[in-house]
Design a protein around this ligand. Sequence first.
Ligand code: HPA
Length: 283
Amino acid sequence: MTYAAETENVAKVVDIVRASAPGFTPKFGLVLGSGLGDLAHEVKDATRIPYADLPGLPIPSASGHAGELVLGRLAGVDAAVFAGRGHYYEHGNPREMAVAVRALSHLGAGVLVLTNAAGSLRPEVGPGKPMLITDHIAYSGLNPMIGTPGDARFVNLVDAYDPGLRDLARAAAAETGIALAEGVYMWFSGPAFETPAEIRMARIVGADAVGMSTVPEVVMARAEGLKVAAISMITNLGAGMTGRGLSHEETKAEAAKGSANFKTLLRAFVARIGAAGGSRLPD
Ligand code: HPA
């Protein structure tokens, strides 16, 4: 898709959302990753729009991913919940979520919260644990801003994971008594899992977790001026760390097991985002 065609889709999506939920302005967007989609069922006074009705939104092909935009109140805060994401590995397009991210910004949201399933590189941060992402490494070598016009493509990624939002996430973890690890997320393209040698490399270069999503969304959201937070649900230790192989089945099963805690943490985090101010959080 050209950038111009993408921009037309953004306008169409914004129009469809405004027509479906008149007067609704989300304070924040939330992308739900593998196994976490059922948080979308908690949205109150929900308007649900299948991605199939939103031009340019991905039709997720990975099992464990729905494809629905849910508008309404989550933990008392006006939310645009993206239940399901498109991944680079599905079609080789790092802008798979561009229309979603740009439309969210046009709808007036100030914050994007991203979730994902990830493999941990730290033995003490095992399956079921949430990890607050503090920074990332885009090992895939790809960048979603390639092919976009103007100087906005030179996106600053210092403090890409907003320090104020990170404080809110830590406060939510303390309030709920849920241990929240923190670390650097390294983006591999997937869909094959990493090799044990790649996992050893990832540890050496400073990663704490690996995964196949989120990073392109972070870059595009920062290009839009959205504040970003991202939390991984650790579903496994990295390849070669346990003597067992990896599977998507395990990812989904572990995400389901850990999801109660993760959802508790997210609800508390969202409530704090709501309490922190207007649709554009103060700098
Ligand atoms: N590697 C990449 N992506 C993942 C993993 C992993 O080990 N676990 C969940 N998503």
